[in-house]
Design a protein around this ligand. Structure first.
Ligand code: COA
Length: 178
């Protein structure tokens, strides 16, 4: 598909990223996460968080690619150094969200490839991702040959939820070079 373009996010994208972030959470997690969490999400608050994140290159989460289609930001991928000191996986895909009406066009795969390339530029060649265990979209990572690693519990609002990790020992496999 060629109806989209990808580029690195800038601080001025904070509000557009926040908009996608909040909408995608509400579209994806209804029924998987407490309604109280989803109903109190605020684009304004997320925008301020994204502004702060994108402003500081020292911030762990500052590396973001956005996807644009129809003249708007329709998705993003956030990646960087793995957060918890995993011995085998040095890179992490922190988040990837695409608005529902733009899914299934290859944007997700292209964003993951961009993140993989971004990690390789940092001399990082492995990557993991955490996904809610009950999120049916985890099949996307299986389709991209992610290896199932393990589960952990996380607290979201008042609920304790399960997350599953998928990993790529060599992200070049995502680029057809593995
Ligand atoms: C998961 C997500 C990022 C995938 O992006 P996408 O643009 O829809 O996926 P793509 O079109 O690039 O699909 C790539 C491949 O994965 C497959 N795939 C994508 N979503 C899938 C799903 N839910 N179940 C099974 N296969 C899936 C596609 O069929 C495609 O396979 P193909 O190469 O054989 O055609 C996107 O759908 C999304 O944002 N989902 C909601 C948010 C979410 O759950 N994010 C992950 C949180 S950790």
């Amino acid at each position: 598909m060629s109806g989209f373009t990808l580029r690195r996010a800038e601080v001025k994208d904070a509000s557009r990223i926040a908009h996608v972030h909040v909408r995608a959470w509400q579209e994806t997690y209804r029924g998987l996460m407490p309604d109280s969490v989803l109903d109190t999400l605020s684009v304004e608050r997320r925008m301020k968080q994204w502004e702060q994140i994108l402003e500081g290159t020292a911030n762990l989460y500052h590396l973001v690619f956005v996807a644009e289609a129809d003249g708007q930001v329709v998705g993003f991928a956030n990646y960087g150094k793995e957060r918890e000191g995993d011995p085998d996986y040095q890179g992490e895909l922190f988040a990837i969200y695409i608005l529902k009406e733009f899914q299934g066009q290859g944007i997700g795969r292209a964003l993951v490839q961009k993140a993989a390339l971004g990690l390789l530029e940092m001399d990082i060649s492995s990557m993991l991702v955490w996904v809610l265990s009950n999120n049916p979209y985890r099949k996307f990572y299986e389709r991209l040959n992610g290896q199932y690693l393990r589960e952990k519990s996380i607290q979201i609002g008042d609920s304790v939820l399960q997350e599953a990790a998928y990993g790529w020992r060599d992200v070049r496999i995502l680029l057809g070079q593995g």
